[in-house]
Design a protein around this ligand. Structure first.
Ligand code: DQA
Length: 147
């Protein structure tokens, strides 16, 4: 199947951004691990990062036309603000796993609410870059069950 890893705002700065929360792994390294893991399981994975809400929404719309079967999504700051991104995922009805490097539940109160958790297949948070790989494995297991 075709899969998509989608990264929200400021995640292009991974590697140098608040390493206490987000570690030293770059987004390119995370994407490479995800691509390798997907290919090992016989799938293909494309990746996209943007800090712009509209670009993320348009990438989600395009995913429907591409027949993307599942999305690993770190909405980053939009986790806590974006009704529009939530609506985009509901519109295309593509199963997705929500991932976070940090554990938002253990941080400021405004990070405790997510616009995505209740419509996600599941959420993985708090394991640094490893959250993405675990999220992808969860997504693959979900797709295998659904097939
Ligand atoms: C994040 C957590 C969010 O609260 C924050 O705004 C981010 C990154 C994470 O991966 O831990 O930008 O999604």
């Amino acid at each position: 199947a075709q899969l998509l890893a989608l990264h929200g705002p400021n995640l292009d700065l991974l590697g140098s951004r608040e390493p206490g929360y987000y570690g030293h792994t770059t987004l390119a390294a995370i994407d490479a691990v995800l691509r390798g893991e997907a290919e090992r399981a016989g799938h293909a994975l494309s990746t996209f990062q943007s800090s712009a809400e509209h670009a993320l929404i348009e990438r989600i719309h395009a995913a429907r036309h591409e027949g993307v079967a599942g999305i690993v999504f770190n909405p980053a700051g939009y986790t806590h603000t974006s009704v529009a991104l939530r609506d985009a995922l509901l519109a295309v009805a593509i199963p997705f796993v929500e991932v976070h490097l940090s554990n938002p539940q253990a941080r400021e109160p405004f990070r405790r609410h997510s616009y995505f958790s209740d419509i996600a297949v599941g959420t993985v948070a708090g394991f640094g870059a490893e959250s993405y790989r675990l999220g992808l494995l969860g997504l693959l297991a979900h797709l295998a069950r659904a097939a």
